[in-house]
Design a protein around this ligand. Structure first.
Ligand SMILES: NC(=O)c1ccc[n+]([C@@H]2O[C@H](COP(=O)([O-])OP(=O)(O)OC[C@H]3O[C@@H](n4cnc5c(N)ncnc54)[C@H](OP(=O)(O)O)[C@@H]3O)[C@@H](O)[C@H]2O)c1
Length: 268
């Protein structure tokens, strides 16, 4: 089995599955731990990988519902039986709407990261799939709220309390709030763990299941194009760096060779 292990949540489809391919394409021989809340969906995804990527011998499916503490505990045990340590953790699982949005996109990122942290060796990477709506949300807040969330003294319990407070305000967009929350968490984590490389990424508006009900006029970009942000975060622009936000900046139809990822501020 390969010596480096990369774990990706919500990896059975969409951007997470594309991230699996990105990591398998590296010249370093990664073994990918493809997390899926349905093992059958995970196995179907593995079966659809091109033979050139040498899957399934380089991919293991791990059952993981990120909102379930019992599932996280079981996934950690499964991973420990396969891998001595992790080089990469990608917190990608997410949903757009519904009552579970904040717990899936924010609380679960905290829980999954904390659970796998002991397995992350020095120099490892954590990246979380965020969105530019999170940076825009921070910019739209009243100055005191924005300042509280941007404080270099902010702790995780303070962040959680602030996010709960904001979630109770009328007309708040919970998806944007959840992405702002993981951005703030990324910054806290990067300060607390200088031995790791911790980033948040925005793939941009991408043609996945998440956009299936979109009826507007914006054209979503191809999944492979949106997912180039993972390559940049882990092996390109973000390599060796921490506490930064990277955004896939290309419009739909851009050829992969011309794909552009840029670093942006946490508040835009
Ligand atoms: N598409 C966009 O335009 C866009 C833009 C910015 C950011 N993002 C972010 O990109 C990430 C991936 O989304 P996507 O666009 O690839 O959407 P997607 O195709 O709907 O994929 C979402 C993935 O998350 C998984 N998931 C959802 N809830 C989960 C849970 N409780 N436990 C484990 N896995 C769970 C899904 O698993 P199931 O198959 O079991 O449902 C699926 O694998 C999300 O964090 C999303 O917020 C997307």
């Amino acid at each position: 089995m390969s010596s480096k292990f990369a774990l990706i949540t919500g990896a059975n489809r969409g951007l997470g599955f594309e991230c699996v391919k990105t990591i398998l394409r590296q010249t370093d021989p990664y073994h990918v731990l493809l997390c899926s809340r349905s093992v059958a969906a995970g196995e179907k995804a593995v079966a659809s990988l091109p033979s050139s990527l040498s899957a399934p011998s380089r991919v293991s499916v791990i059952e993981l519902d990120v909102t379930s503490p019992a599932s996280i505990t079981a996934a950690v045990a499964s991973v420990k039986s396969l891998a001595p340590s992790l080089s990469v953790l990608v917190n990608n699982a997410g949903i757009l709407e519904g009552e579970q949005t904040l717990s899936t996109n924010f609380d679960a990122v905290l829980a999954v990261t904390q659970a796998f942290m002991p397995l992350l060796a020095d120099g490892s990477c954590i990246t979380t799939t965020s969105s530019s709506c999170g940076t825009r949300f921070l910019a739209s807040l009243p100055p005191q709220d924005a300042s509280d969330l941007s404080s270099s003294e902010l702790t995780v319990p303070e962040l959680s309390a602030k996010i709960t407070e904001l979630s109770n305000k009328p007309d708040v967009d919970i998806y944007s709030l959840s992405k702002c929350a993981v951005n703030c968490y990324t910054r806290i984590l990067a300060r607390a763990h200088p031995e790791l490389h911790i980033t948040a990424v925005s793939p941009g508006f991408t043609n996945t299941g998440m956009c299936a009900n979109y009826t507007g006029t914006r054209q979503p970009k191809e999944v492979a194009l949106g997912a180039t942000v993972f390559h940049e975060a882990l092996f390109g622009l973000g390599k060796g760096r921490s506490g930064i936000f990277l955004k896939q900046n290309s419009s739909a139809g851009t050829e992969l060779k011309d794909a552009e990822t840029i670093e942006t501020a946490w508040s835009t």
